[in-house]
Design a protein around this ligand. Structure first.
Ligand code: IPM
Ligand code: MN
Length: 355
């Protein structure tokens, strides 16, 4: 199977972590029947400085012609907020990537890196956040910035709610979750009232799945109080942005968390959820695991390569007993650079792919 992967390295630590992701893609090409051809599609702040455009037409054409996109991070401290970052939104909107799949899983070797006491961790943390990725406060609809007034409209459409909620129910069913949680603010916001209604309409088609509604504020509390209670969590764009960062730190570091911006059956984009982290850029210390786990997601969601996805996860879990980047460092475990951590994981994966 031959596939074309567009690569956007981006700004800050983006190029460093993406290089480790590329190692994994090359390894899969060398040791399996799957062949990934990589083509760079530059975007972000550095590109903006050079061409006055954070997503040049040429890059977007490359992305549109690819089977999947691996994306690093964008954002530079000397540019006004949003100038680099809006490249992400152009891709999400432009490719109609309505699903933002954000799994958070506390791996066994990182248990003591979780900021929660053991009694709150309970049976462990393994949650899939499914965030609506094109609407809500991110839709641009009605948004304006004036001198003394600014507006962003929280737009939820029936079509937008239906497709993401349906996706979440199907996802929960596929991975055999027993419960699905919907997060909203239906005690105040009209868009949430529509969302909640649709959640229950669609839920009727899934009688064996337990359903619950939680308000966003209460959810933020429950996420640190009893994270083991949650399995599939579906929510709107803004709420999903916030709870996925909260969740990411529960698994030890923002650097561990991965995401897929997905339109099922079409080109999708995979990126670590951390940003460009300019303060540590160029130091070879960023955690590459968020990116490598994003490749795991790419394998499972875009190419249905479940076995390879599983092997990537096992390689990461094993590597964490032997080496760590500084964000999750541990006495008795070797502190490693971005590149060495990438090599360690790649070597473990190579052994299993050889078999
Ligand atoms: C994310 C990021 C983006 C978002 C920013 C950079 C626009 O925080 O992917 O979560 O808010 O969606
Ligand atoms: Mn975010």
């Amino acid at each position: 199977m031959k596939k074309k992967i567009a690569i956007t390295k981006g700004d800050g630590v983006g190029p460093e972590v993406v290089d480790e992701g590329i190692k994994i893609l090359k390894l899969i090409t060398n040791y399996t029947d799957f062949e990934f051809n990589l083509v760079e599609a530059p975007a972000g702040g550095n590109v903006y400085k050079q061409y006055g455009d954070n997503l040049p037409q040429k890059s977007f054409e490359i992305i549109k012609s690819a089977d999947a996109l691996l994306f690093g991070a964008v954002g530079l401290p000397d540019l006004p907020p949003g100038v680099a970052e809006s490249a992400i939104l152009k891709i999400r909107q432009g490719l109609d990537l309505f699903v933002n799949l954000r799994p958070i899983k506390l791996y066994e070797p990182l248990k003591n890196r979780c900021p929660l006491k053991e009694e709150f961790i309970g049976e462990g943390i393994d949650i899939t956040f499914i965030r609506e990725n094109t609407e809500g406060l991110y839709s641009n609809y009605g948004s304006k910035l004036e001198n003394n007034k600014a507006e962003s409209v929280m737009l939820y459409t029936r079509k937008g709610c239906e497709r993401i909620i349906k996706y979440a129910f199907e996802y929960a069913t596929k991975v055999k979750h027993q419960k699905i949680t919907s997060v909203d603010k239906a005690n105040l916001l009209k868009p949430s009232q529509l969302w909640r209604k649709i959640f229950h309409e669609i839920g009727e088609g899934y009688p064996t799945l337990a359903k619950e509604d939680i308000y966003i504020d209460a959810f933020c509390q429950w996420l640190i109080r009893a994270p083991y209670k949650f399995q599939t969590v579906v929510t709107g764009n803004m709420f999903g942005d916030i709870i996925s960062d909260e969740g990411a730190f529960l698994i030890g570091s923002l650097g561990m968390a991965s995401s897929g911006n997905i339109h099922p059956g079409k080109i999708s984009m995979y990126e670590p959820i951390h940003g460009s982290a300019p303060d540590i850029a160029g130091k070879n210390i960023a955690n590459p695991i968020g990116t490598i786990l994003s490749i795991k997601l790419m394998m499972q969601e875009s190419f249905n390569l479940m076995e390879i996805a599983n092997e990537i996860e096992i390689a990461i879990d094993q590597a964490l007993y032997e080496g760590r980047t500084i964000d999750i460092q541990e006495t008795n475990i070797k502190t490693m650079s971005t590149q060495d951590m990438g090599d360690l994981i790649a070597n473990k994966l190579k052994e299993s792919l050889k078999k």
